[in-house]
Unconditional design. Sequence first.
Length: 259
Amino acid sequence: QLDARVRITGRGELSRLGSSFNMMAEAVEQSERRQRQLIADVAHEMRTPLSNLRGYLEGLSDGVIEPSRELFVSLHEETMLQRRILDDLQVLALAEAGDLGYTKTPTDLAELVSGSVTAQRAVAAEAGVALTVDASTPMWAEADQDRIRQVLGNLLTNAIRYTDRDGQILVRVRAEDGEAVLTVQDTGVGIAASDVPHVFDRFWRADPARQRATGGTGLGLTIAHRIVTDHGGRISVESTQHVGTTFTVRLPATGLAFD
Ligand code: ADP
């Protein structure tokens, strides 16, 4: 690998220029390393669903596997998963390039949350999970509504996914220290303490074997983290295994919240 750094001698103007140059060279190298890692990660993630598909298709054409409705349903799911991985990657790539093109408008988060949760009610009901929303007080923030809906959607989908039947989910919007605070709390499987620092990492998923069946991509939280950060906010998680998980999103509230 090419080393672009220059050798620095003395402490004059020229050596300061040399230091700046070396810092830039380091930044370029770092971004190249990140790109190589991303490509390696994507190749790794796409390989399994693709080999599954290939295996089934070969079995079908060799006559080793009998065509059945269930088989076609699972092949379809496998292709949809790959599609979702690519869609999520595209959002992430745009966000990292600063090209997501946010359109931020004064938004009542309480109203946005109450409105978007409706779509997930049926999914929660089908999973046998009770979904409660506590978002009665208007809470204003500058937000790209579609993107913040996407954040909520990701958190809610996870909460439903990782909560067993008869569990509960509570979605709340409230004010705290001048911030608009959104929490999604579940009584689900939880996350091991040693795993918590990784949940926002790209493609990270607890216990891959178990997760396969849930149809997740391991990118939902990475995207949520990105969108919240791009809104000048923070996202955090607290979790206890077998007890439950709470994701908290804090956005700067606009003055309107206290009118
Ligand atoms: P996925 O598409 O796999 O859900 P995410 O990036 O949304 O990807 O989440 C990463 C991982 O974090 C999940 O695979 C799961 O292991 C864990 N996780 C996320 N949300 C929850 C939750 N509410 N309860 C338990 N584990 C969770």
